[in-house]
Design a protein around this ligand. Structure first.
Ligand code: GTP
Length: 378
């Protein structure tokens, strides 16, 4: 729950601040107001550069899509903005369900065609080549028209599918997509031209800049498969340790045999489960993926008994948790469990973290020698 809310926190903050800023934009001095139209372009350029740098094709498409009303300038009519809104919300929802495929590959033509199609669509509506006047009849006995109902139908479907999908997947793109759709609705109600549009659009681009930066961070510091902090994060944590700390090395037992019996992807599933159990039970320690089937838990205290108890608990929970795998020999799903061996080293006075880590590794080796599935203190 907390993880999901964390993903939504900063995008929501951008959204709420942008609504507040757009309402009060006229309080700015004439000089700032005259510069404001440049802001969406500056932010969009930054977002595009980051999308390019981090190879994020979906962000590139979205930024170009969001730039459309600005490219039309103040000539945009309400009818064409509604058409744009419908298409954009559907696109954001669609992009949320597509995998990230980067920028320069065989899919690039599809992406460019897609953007071209959107521009043509909005242009056709602007030029009145396409008209939706047949939808301007009242809906049943209400004072709303069919076009209002259709618009809200599309917005609600896009919003709810992205929201539900974000809730189940905890995906940052979906969290930003959800806020982006809300923000587009905000643009529809607050202004689709003028200074308010500049503020709201700049906020949209800021949202995608934030997403690209978070993706950059995630790529550098998080292990994609286990979602644990990776080696680089561990190295930085080790540098920042105080005098009293402890390091534990954790290694899955007979993992090669497991991979050979069930296949590499079932092995990956086991590593994910081991990581989940560690994340859940290693507090007050922090778990990292060291590499391969090895993990590290760093404690910022050296209370031997307390840490040993935590590690025994981690070991026991991993041993007891069952993982569903497909057995290629028996050709059926079955539940299996794995065990881990752990080596713990408490920091000695003046000792560098690197050498504590080496001692933890040596203790792990002793655990393996003694028969595995145990904790050894260096
Ligand atoms: N599925 C999967 N396997 C991995 C990954 N990283 C490393 N491995 C495998 O982990 C296995 C490690 O094997 P070994 O170092 O021989 O250790 P072990 O079989 O666990 O034996 P002990 O450590 O002595 O209990 C190798 O077969 C690697 O291919 C990964 O990300 N996914």
């Amino acid at each position: 729950m907390l993880e999901r809310l964390k993903l939504l926190f900063f995008p929501s903050l951008i959204f709420i601040s942008s609504i507040y800023a757009s309402i009060n934009v006229d309080l700015l001095s004439p000089l700032w107001l005259s510069l404001l139209p440049l802001l969406p372009f500056i932010m969009a350029t930054l977002a595009l550069v980051l999308a390019w740098h981090f190879n994020k094709g979906r962000v590139l498409v979205l930024v170009l899509l969001l730039l459309l009303p600005k490219l039309y300038g103040d000539y945009v009519s309400e009818g064409s903005f509604v058409a744009y809104l419908v298409v954009s919300c559907l696109c954001i929802a669609l992009l949320s369900f597509l995998p990230e495929r980067g920028l320069m590959n065989r899919f690039v033509i599809n992406r460019l065609l897609f953007i071209f199609m959107l521009v043509t669509w909005c242009y056709a509506i602007e030029q009145k080549w396409v008209s939706f006047s047949f939808l301007n009849f009242t809906f049943l006995q209400t004072n709303k028209t069919w076009s209002d109902v259709l618009l809200w139908g599309v917005l609600l479907v896009s919003l709810s599918t992205v929201f539900l999908s974000w809730w189940s997947s905890r995906d940052a793109f979906k969290a930003c997509g959800f806020i982006s759709i809300l923000s587009l609705i905000g643009i529809h109600y607050f202004s689709f031209s003028g200074h308010r549009l500049d503020v709201l659009l700049a906020a949209q681009f800021l949202l995608w800049i934030w997403f690209a930066l978070m993706e950059g961070y995630r790529m550098a510091y998080l292990d994609d498969m286990t979602k644990l902090p990776a080696r680089r994060a561990l190295n930085e944590r080790l540098i920042g340790l105080s005098k009293r700390y402890a390091i534990a090395m954790v290694d899955v037992d007979f993992f090669k045999k497991f991979n050979d019996s069930y296949g590499h992807d079932m092995g990956d599933r086991v590593l994910q489960n081991v990581a989940d159990q560690m994340k859940r039970w290693c507090s007050p320690g922090k778990a990292f993926r060291y590499g391969g089937e090895e993990f590290t838990i760093v404690f910022s205290n050296d209370k031997k008994e307390e840490i040993k108890e935590v590690l025994e608990n981690v070991r026991l929970n991993i041993e007891e948790s069952l993982i569903e795998v497909f057995d290629p020999k028996k050709k059926k799903d079955m539940e299996v469990s794995v065990t881990v061996s752990i080596g713990l080293a408490l920091a000695e006075q003046g000792e560098a973290p690197d050498s504590t880590l080496k001692r933890a590794d040596a203790a792990l080796y002793v655990s393996k020698k003694k028969g595995r599935n145990r904790v050894t203190i260096a």
